[in-house]
Design a protein around this ligand. Structure first.
Ligand code: UDP
Length: 238
């Protein structure tokens, strides 16, 4: 059998990925389907960590736009990611996976604190590690947390889960002539302002040469395909 292309991955799930068509809250069937896809690659021996967003519950910028203190609103967003992380942990455990939630904000009753060496040890034991609470700092995003954790645990790639099958030059949902990029350079993502991830996250990936594959999570089996090296999304690199 062919070997996986990547041995240690960071899967970035936005909060909206857990929400289904409603765009908010947590959809049980979607969680189960994601957990199922994760199991497929863990069974290949791939070390899987997940950074989960919180946009399905709360986004700091929206609170701040309504006059809320930005840092407070961002801490609320980070707490939202912990809710999603626990939901995902539950779904993975229903599939028989061993998992650990590691939080960047200490809350030892519900999650382990994030300790880099311990996270690596969990991965080596084939536990799925879910990184919660982003970077632990306001004014950042969970995309940046994905880039940061990838650098720290020396992941081979970030799998950036989206609802479209890659990066386009314009929104494919609104423009039928939108062109998909097969490969992109970090600098082009920054210069063209493409919606892969925010510029802080892109810069961190660029400075540390962390490859990013943008792919469609809504098609079952796609995590497996990306891990096996199939060209189904957009590859962002040097
Ligand atoms: N957040 C933060 N620092 C971080 C990560 C997240 O302050 O390191 C907050 C921020 O308010 C953000 C919210 O948590 O809006 C949810 O994260 P994000 O928007 O990245 O979630 P996603 O878009 O992936 O669902």
């Amino acid at each position: 059998m062919q070997n996986p292309k990547y041995n240690r991955i960071v899967l970035k799930l936005s909060g909206e990925a857990l929400a289904g068509n409603k765009g908010y809250g947590i959809e049980h069937d979607i969680l189960a389907s994601i957990a199922n896809q994760v199991v497929e690659v863990v069974k290949l021996g791939v070390q899987v960590s997940v950074v989960v967003g919180g946009g399905n519950i709360w986004r700091g910028v929206s609170g701040s736009a309504r006059g809320m203190d930005r840092s407070t609103a961002d801490y609320m967003g980070m707490l939202a990611t912990v809710i999603n992380a626990l939901a995902l942990q539950d779904a993975l455990e229903n599939e028989g996976m061993e998992t650990r939630v590691m939080s960047a904000i200490e809350m030892k009753e519900v999650a382990e604190p994030y300790i880099r060496r311990r996270a690596i040890r969990h991965l080596e034991k084939n536990r799925v590690v879910i990184f919660a609470a982003g970077t632990g700092n306001p004014y950042f995003s969970t995309d940046t947390a994905a880039a940061l954790r990838s650098a720290e645990i020396e992941a081979d790639v970030i799998l950036m889960a989206k609802k479209v099958d890659g990066v386009y030059d314009s929104d494919p949902l609104n423009n039928p002539n939108a062109k998909k990029f097969e490969d992109l350079k970090y600098i082009d993502v920054l210069n063209k302002g493409l919606g892969v991830m925010d510029s802080t996250a892109t810069s961190l990936c660029m400075d540390n040469t962390i490859p990013v594959v943008v792919f469609d999570l809504t098609k079952k089996g796609n995590i497996y395909k990306v891990v096996m090296g199939e060209d189904i999304g957009t590859y962002v690199g040097r």
